[in-house]
Design a protein around this ligand. Structure first.
Ligand code: SF4
Ligand code: SF4
Length: 499
């Protein structure tokens, strides 16, 4: 790896509000989507001539379509409660990474074109023309927001910067200035079925290889079925689970659970992706088109249940939006939640004694847990309040003897983003990712030093990829991040279902 051209922030003994460094991340800008990537999604290939007019028109459309956007743009009282709550501000000290300042990039233009005061007395109300510099700032700083919603937890008005960031990205796409990483990936999903562009033969080959590996290791024939007509469960999981560490160990864990519980299940080669980057670019149409693959294949295969694997934003899309986007799910078995998270499935089996775990198998590890932001602040799990926090922890505690929590200011609904969410998990944003990981790395270092934590578990593919990449910058081994279902798989007592 080439030597990075930036300094990794120093781990601080306790959180301090950074001293502002004006423009410190002005150079950070992700690669712009090429015409091919744009046009495949129905967006203009490059910046259109009348981009100003188009952008204002799109903003007007979004303000009508999403009343929340207008409320968020109108209601900020500049109280300052959100200013130091963003991990990107903490890690970069760039004042435009304060949530309120990020919102203002859009708000000032909104005021200029959509409010009476802004039209006639722009200076008085901080209204601003949409100039090329402003558009440039939108592109840079709305791609320095991982849409994690931490700031909204602290805002007395509940203003959600993530929604503002999504709207800004949607406008950018519509004037021909989309982000390469997200739009290229969405194109792959439409064409091939997953973010990685992994075609069916390669997927089947990978899964057959996994069957052999698991059989060699455990002596049990654990299947990784694909496209099985009439299976009870369709598992929709992030494609990262098919090929990379630590994700793949999570997939092995799910397969072992289904095997031991005697649940018939299948993956799909057509809908081989849980991730849905349509949310990151703020596009309802793209989100719906990606999700539609799941409904189509669930009906074709005649499954009774849909279970979602370990992926934070996928769970948000599934839990919060699937019903609107691709419902109703009246063709599924109504005795089960629709959709259901893999942690719910596993936890229920543990509670019912349908699978048995030997915690001692993980005695070489001391585990902590990272709440992924989309799960923590965008969803629930199970039928209990706070289930999205309780259930993954219950699964971990059933699988290990040694579990500790990180600083409570950094967990549950106050959790910090890994630094790579929201469509920012790309090497052209590595500096931002490393700096944005600072608060989570500080909390992790705290428990490594004080409580001898060896591994941090997570249920999000983006978090796992991001941490593997950025942990070494903070002198933490890259394999310290682990899938929750690896812990389950390693502790699972195999053999009951063979009898
Ligand atoms: S949503 Fe997250 S990344 Fe975006 S401004 Fe708020 S805290 Fe920062
Ligand atoms: S906390 Fe809310 S109201 Fe206060 S400055 Fe931030 S966005 Fe505005």
């Amino acid at each position: 790896m080439a030597k990075p051209t930036f300094d990794t922030p120093k781990i601080r003994a306790y959180p301090i509000i950074p001293i502002i460094q004006e423009g410190s991340m002005e150079h950070s800008s992700p690669f712009v989507a090429k015409p091919d990537h744009q046009e495949a999604l129905g967006f203009p290939g490059e910046l259109v001539d009348n981009w100003q007019e188009k952008a204002i028109e799109k903003m007007g459309e979004l303000l009508t379509k999403y009343r929340s956007l207008k409320v968020f743009l109108d209601s900020c009282v500049k109280c300052g409660a959100c200013t130091d709550k963003c991990h990107y501000f903490q890690g970069t000290a760039d004042p435009k990474n304060m949530p309120v300042a990020r919102q203002d990039l859009l708000r000032n233009v909104y005021r200029r074109y959509f409010t009476v005061a802004g039209k006639y007395f722009p200076k008085l109300v901080g209204a601003q023309d949409l100039t090329e510099d402003v558009l440039d700032d939108w592109y840079k700083y709305f791609h320095q927001c991982s849409q994690c919603r931490r700031c909204s937890v602290f805002c007395p008005y509940g203003i959600d910067t993530a929604e503002i960031s999504m709207a800004a990205r949607e406008i950018l796409d519509h004037v021909g200035k989309g982000q390469k990483y997200c739009n290229e990936i969405i194109g792959k999903v439409h064409k091939i079925g997953n973010n990685l562009g992994l075609p069916e033969p390669a997927l089947v080959d990978t899964l057959e290889g996994l069957e052999e590996d698991v059989e060699e290791e455990t002596g049990h024939t654990v299947r990784f079925p694909v496209d099985v007509q009439g299976a009870d469960v369709l598992l929709i999981t992030p494609s990262a689970d098919f090929f990379a560490e630590p994700h793949i160990d999570g997939l092995i864990g799910y397969a072992k659970v289904f095997h031991e519980a005697g649940i018939s299940w299948t993956l799909s080669s057509y809908a081989s992706e849980a991730g849905n980057f349509g949310m990151f670019i703020g596009s309802y149409e793209q989100m719906q088109k990606i999700s539609w693959r799941v409904r189509k294949i669930a009906m074709e295969l005649g499954v009774k249940r849909i279970v979602v694997g370990e992926c934070g934003h996928a769970w948000r899309v599934a839990y919060s939006f699937w019903n609107t986007l691709i419902g109703p799910f009246d063709f599924l078995d109504q005795n089960y939640p629709v959709p259901q998270h893999i942690c719910e499935v596993t936890n229920d089996l543990i509670e019912r004694g349908a699978i048995k775990l030997d915690k001692e198998a993980n005695d070489d590890k001391v585990i902590t847990y990272h709440d992924s932001c989309n799960v923590a602040r965008g969803t629930r799990m199970g039928n209990i309040e706070g289930g999205q926090f309780i259930i993954p922890r219950a699964v971990i505690k059933s699988s290990v003897n040694h579990f500790v929590e990180m600083n409570p200011d950094t967990t549950y609904d106050q959790t910090y983003c890994c630094g790579g969410g929201g469509g920012l998990l790309t090497d052209d944003l590595l500096e931002l990712r490393v700096k944005g990981a600072l608060p989570r790395m500080e909390a992790l270092k705290g428990v490594i030093d004080d409580q001898k934590v060896t591994h941090m578990a997570a249920i999000c593919a983006i978090c796992k990829s991001q941490f593997s990449k950025v942990m070494p910058f903070y002198d933490i081994p890259m394999d310290s991040i682990i899938s929750v279902h690896q812990l389950v798989g390693d502790a699972l007592i195999m053999g009951n279902s063979d009898k």
